[in-house]
Design a protein around this ligand. Structure first.
Ligand SMILES: Cc1cc2nc3c(=O)[nH]c(=O)nc-3n(C[C@H](O)[C@H](O)[C@H](O)COP(=O)(O)O)c2cc1C
Length: 378
């Protein structure tokens, strides 16, 4: 009998082989990761928050910034928009042979709203200027903010639009905004998490039930078993962050990858981060930073949103020192975003190896389920 393969609506909608999205993970531009992901048959995502450093005030995060900037540019200078477009073109060229599919991630929180519009405009322009770009840069994934003001900017361009959401209310608002799919992002995920925590096991089916558009799971996905679980809960695919950060091609520095590999499932902690609560690897710096968050920015743990203007200066300063140490690879002092799923990550393979073993495991689980769990009636 012909072998049946895993294919979902996400594959059909995006033209990808496997129902997996490589998560946007700033402030690195994840160029190399996006290339590896797209070439491995999943959706590669270029992260754009780092381009803010090319745009202004790089001094605010200290010396390590030059290490980050090196990963964002090809050293040829120009405006940040020109540099970003060149990054998009590099990804396009390096995925030409496989006809890989990719997109961008853009955080649209209030603090970043103006810059986010420019990022989106630059992306749409790059697509309009180049037929091949239009063909293969297929999606804009927005996150961390309100999608409604973006409808008129994104929809006329024809690019697909996904929005990352932490609750049913945000998912319904995204549906009203006209997004093509929502990414339900559970509290176990790496990087930004919600002010009011709901984990993937509850969030994903709650959103599937509440909206009439496709839903993708994020937060806690690292292998075939969790991919199957997401499909069982009603998703059309998963977005993987922490698992793909810990790969050979990922743009993150070695220290960050090593922390993810050696972390157990209890080795992450939520504290303040840029625009709200953020899940970090629980090292010395993050533990101290969580203590400071408890005393100076308790809204993070009480579900009471504040914005940068209201946060104590010492919180912002300590976070900036942590980012700087991250870019310099100074382990104990670095603040390193990662998800709980770091506890399931114990190697540093290539993206292709992760994708292939995830899909193989998922297919085997699905094929074996009937014989394992369905009994003939006596
Ligand atoms: C290092 C790191 C950086 C991240 N940066 C971003 C970002 O710039 N924009 C965004 O929408 N999400 C960001 N995220 C969240 C991811 O896109 C993704 O939703 C999350 O990692 C999924 O959970 P997982 O880590 O359990 O796979 C980041 C996550 C990590 C681990």
């Amino acid at each position: 009998m012909e072998k049946r393969i895993l294919q979902t609506e996400l594959c059909d909608m995006m033209g990808i082989k496997y129902p997996i999205i490589q998560a946007g993970m700033g402030p690195y531009s994840t160029n190399r990761l996006a290339v590896a992901a797209a070439n491995a048959g999943v959706l590669g995502i270029i992260s754009t928050s780092g381009f803010g450093y090319l745009r202004g005030a790089p001094a605010r995060r200290g010396e390590g910034i030059s290490e980050l900037v090196k990963t964002l540019t090809d050293g040829k200078g120009g405006t940040w928009q020109e540099q970003m477009k060149r990054a998009l073109h590099r990804v396009k060229e390096e995925t030409r042979e496989t006809k890989g599919i990719f997109g961008i991630n853009c955080m649209v929180s209030t603090e970043m709203a103006g810059f986010a519009r420019e990022i989106i405009q630059t992306t749409i322009e790059a697509r309009d200027e180049d037929t091949e770009m239009k063909e293969r840069l297929r999606v804009i994934i927005t996150s961390a903010g309100d999608p409604l003001p973006l409808t008129e900017l994104i929809k006329p361009s024809g690019v697909r639009w996904f929005h990352v959401v932490p609750s049913v209310r945000h998912a319904q608002r995204s549906e009203r905004a006209g997004v093509d799919a929502v990414i339900a992002s559970g509290q176990e995920g790496g990087g930004h998490v919600a002010w009011e925590p709901v984990h993937t096991m509850v969030l994903l089916p709650a959103i599937v039930r509440a909206v009439g558009i496709p839903v993708i799971g994020a937060g806690g996905f690292a292998n075939g078993a969790s991919l199957v679980a997401a499909l069982a809960l009603g998703a059309i695919g998963v977005q993987m962050g922490t698992r793909l950060l810990a790969t050979r091609e990922s743009d993150f520095n070695q220290v960050h990858k090593d922390y993810v590999v050696k972390s157990g499932e209890r080795d992450t902690i939520v504290a303040r981060g840029v625009v709200g609560p953020l899940r970090w690897v629980k090292n010395e710096a993050a533990t101290e930073f969580a203590r400071l968050t408890v005393s100076k920015a308790p809204g993070v743990y009480l579900g009471e949103p504040d914005d940068l203007s209201a946060v104590a200066r010492e919180v912002v300063d300590m976070e900036n020192r942590g980012w700087d140490a991250q870019f310099r690879g100074d382990g104990p002092r670095a603040l390193l975003p990662a998800g709980e799923v770091a506890g399931l990550v114990d190697d540093l393979p290539t993206v292709k190896e992760i994708v292939e073993r995830t899909v193989k495991e998922a297919e085997e689980i699905i094929q074996n389920m009937p014989s394992r769990f369905l009994r003939d009636q006596p």
